[in-house]
Design a protein around this ligand. Structure first.
Ligand code: AMP
Ligand code: ZN
Length: 673
């Protein structure tokens, strides 16, 4: 790999990891599996090792994920809550053993424990009484969740024969049984389902109201003494002592060599289902505490333990049917419906087959036995077909040539992957479009979920989004299961949504590739919809993140008579077309930039576009009129000339910084006192 390529790859991985870490630790809403996340971290660490000068102290590879949130009081951990180094193969496991042998002579014992997939906490006991508990946070500082922890029944409030001073580390989790029970109840009451036990536990523990935590029926299992006034010689001794004190302790098995651990590691992996909790690996730890002290820790993890990560759980099931769903933009999505199976803590019975190409690649047929896995422990996916178990008489599956909802012909997309219904009046499309319009990411109309939209459409009250703004409470109240109160509430919520502003309005139109993000970009550049309607292709394409295809979709959308009719109705109803975003500024107005040398972050064209976006100009040669010279690597005569003329020289980073700084910083009026 080339130097610049490596750098770009490292930066890309860091950004990816940061985003997934935020989703996992701060939003409790991961979109990839822990396994995949760990692999990203691994890939990043490998690259940083190979290119040490790109390694940075604040890289996620040197940190334990997560940040203490502001909701709870911070707690500084007496002993850090370290992370674990992951291994993904026998070889990596044995390499760990070799490292230990290299550092410490003589016999060693290792123990193998399941790695419970919950939330790590530290709990503090004084004279055997539970006084405080905190989340891991960044490993140094966590959140005080004492009150919430008091609702955890398997957390002993008092201990038997406890040392005077004791801090224990353990995992808060939601048992599979509780998870199923809660989700079943949620399904009936129409609440959103919990994604997986880990998320349910994380969300439950970080509730402001301890009663909500109590409802989650969380459990605790412990696996380490962080600090004690008592002395112990081995890890096994500490676990036994914890058990005596009254804790649920992680099951452990001792072995005399790393090689002997393998059997147990495999056994745990194969019998994951027999444990009450989810797990994502096994932990292999050196047993002797004095040996541990001698090995010490890296910045992130102890050298005396590793986590052996299992690949995502996969299970076979039989495809009973392949059904077709018609989406908001008319895309036909095939979905495999199979015999229910338990996977990573939930029961799953269907998975998307994406499109015709995907179906053909795997050759999935109705009647086939497929291998299903859960990506992100959230979204089930079909990974393979077991052709040896294919029954007689099956036929390759083909998506229909007509929309199953409206019978209109379907066409293949330009990019060739998706099939789309061409029916302008397709009810499936309309329905999904309306649901999208009202959704959280779009106009955010409270109480207007799929069921209500369907009722409105079926009653003939609404066909297109604009119709929503012409509803009256009386006709809504006449709907099944509606009632006067909720009808009035709905009308008020619809009224409320008129003020969402341009960014959300654009996102709500459901134009392909124009979601919240593009909506925001557009709304930053146009003060209102009317200004945007004047824009041409070239102008749109110059905006950040708006490519030619997106720009063309927008223009086509605005050009259609149907759209124009809708916009008229929306305007007349009083829906705001105005941008609520801060407008992009022209901070470089009147400034001329000259680019020279090799730029690393962008091409010359991109740098030029960036400057122009802020109202500046670029020129080819340096003169007295030049405001700045941006010099990359190996800059030549232009740089020398600029220096002789006393023109300010910027690095690429300086330029980026200038575009990122907020405006008010630049022309602060000094009114701060
Ligand atoms: P990671 O965060 O993936 O680096 O892995 C470390 C996490 O594993 C810690 O936060 C612990 O909460 C968790 N863990 C689960 N079970 C165990 C165990 N038996 N021993 C040590 N850590 C465990
Ligand atoms: Zn259709």
């Amino acid at each position: 790999m080339e130097r610049t390529e490596a750098k770009a790859k490292i930066e890309q991985l860091r950004a990816e990891v940061a985003e997934h870490a935020r989703r996992y630790y701060e939003l409790d809403a991961p979109t990839i599996s822990d396994f995949e996340y760990d692999k990203l971290i691994h890939a990043l660490a490998d690259l940083e090792r190979e290119w040490p000068d790109f390694d940075e102290p604040d890289s996620p590879t040197h940190r334990v994920g997560g940040k203490a949130s502001e909701k709870f009081a911070p707690v500084r951990h007496a002993a850090p809550l370290e992370s674990l180094t992951d291994v993904f193969s026998r070889e990596e496991l044995f390499a760990f053993g070799t490292r230990v042998d290299g550092a410490i002579e003589g016999p060693k014992q290792y123990d193998v424990e399941p790695k419970i997939d919950g939330l790590s906490i530290a709990i503090d006991y004084r004279n055997g009484v539970f006084v405080r508990g905190a989340t891991r946070g960044d490993g140094e500082t966590g959140e005080d969740v004492t009150e919430n922890l008091r609702t955890v029944r398997s957390l002993p409030q008092t201990l038997k024969n406890a040392p005077e001073r004791l801090i224990v580390r353990g995992e808060i989790y939601m048992s599979r049984a509780v998870f199923e029970e809660l989700n079943a109840a949620r399904e009936i009451s129409g609440e959103t389902m919990l994604a997986n036990p880990r998320n349910a536990a994380a969300g439950g523990l970080r509730q402001k109201d301890a009663r909500v935590t109590a409802e989650r029926k969380l459990d605790l299992i412990v696996y380490n003494i962080q600090l004690s006034s008592e002395n112990y010689a081995t890890h096994a001794e500490t676990l036994d002592a914890l058990k005596q004190m009254g804790f649920d302790v992680v099951p452990y098995h001792l072995y005399d060599s790393i090689r002997d651990c393998v059997e147990r590691i495999d056994w745990i992996g194969e019998n994951r289902d027999s444990f009450p909790y989810e797990m994502d690996g096994a932990v292999i730890k050196l047993n002797d505490l004095a040996q541990r002290t001698r090995l010490g820790s890296t910045a992130k993890a102890p050298r005396w333990a590793v986590a052996y990560k299992y690949p995502p759980e996969q299970k076979p099931s039989r495809v009973k049917d392949i059904v077709i769903q018609v989406g908001r933009t008319g895309v036909l999505t095939p979905k495999a419906v199979f015999e229910p199976i338990r996977l990573a803590g939930t029961t799953v019975s269907n998975a998307t087959l994406h499109n015709q190409d995907f179906i053909e690649k795997l050759d999935v047929r109705i009647g086939d036995t497929v291998l299903v896995q859960k990506a992100g422990e959230i979204i089930p996916e079909v990974v393979a077909v077991d052709k040896s178990r294919r029954p007689e008489g099956t036929v390759p599956f083909r998506l229909p040539e007509r929309c199953p909802e409206c019978g209109s012909p379907v066409v293949r997309d330009e990019d060739g992957v998706f099939l789309r219904c061409t029916g302008a009046e397709c009810p499936a499309q309309r329905l999904r479009h309306l649901v999208h319009f009202a959704s959280k990411d779009a106009m955010d109309i409270d109480g207007l979920g799929p069921a209500v939209v369907e009722a409105l459409v079926n009653a003939g009250l609404v066909k297109n989004p604009a119709d929503l703004y012409y509803l009256d409470a009386q006709s809504v109240a006449a709907l099944d299961r509606m009632g006067k109160k909720s009808a009035e509430k709905l009308i008020a919520a619809i009224e409320d949504s008129k003020q969402r502003g341009l960014a959300r309005l654009l996102a709500s139109f459901g134009v392909r590739q124009v979601g919240v993000k593009a909506g925001k970009v557009l709304a930053r550049h146009y003060p209102d919809l009317d200004a945007l309607l004047e824009a041409n292709l070239i102008e749109l394409m110059e905006l950040p993140d708006v490519g030619e295809i997106t720009a063309q979709y927008l223009l086509d959308y605005f050009a259609s008579p149907q759209t124009q009719h809708q916009l008229r109705l929306l305007r007349e109803a009083g829906v705001s077309f105005e941008s609520k975003e801060e407008q992009a500024d022209d901070r470089f107005a009147g400034k001329t930039f000259v680019l020279t040398g090799t730029l690393e972050h962008f091409t010359r064209e991109e740098a030029g576009a960036l400057i122009e976006r802020f109202g500046g100009k670029t020129a080819g040669s340096v003169s007295k009129k030049t405001s700045y010279v941006v010099a990359g690597a190996a800059a030549g005569s232009k740089l020398t000339k600029a220096q002789s003329l006393g023109i300010p020289i910027l690095s690429e980073t300086d330029l980026i910084k200038m575009t990122e700084e907020s405006e008010d910083k630049e022309d602060g009026n000094g009114t701060d006192v």
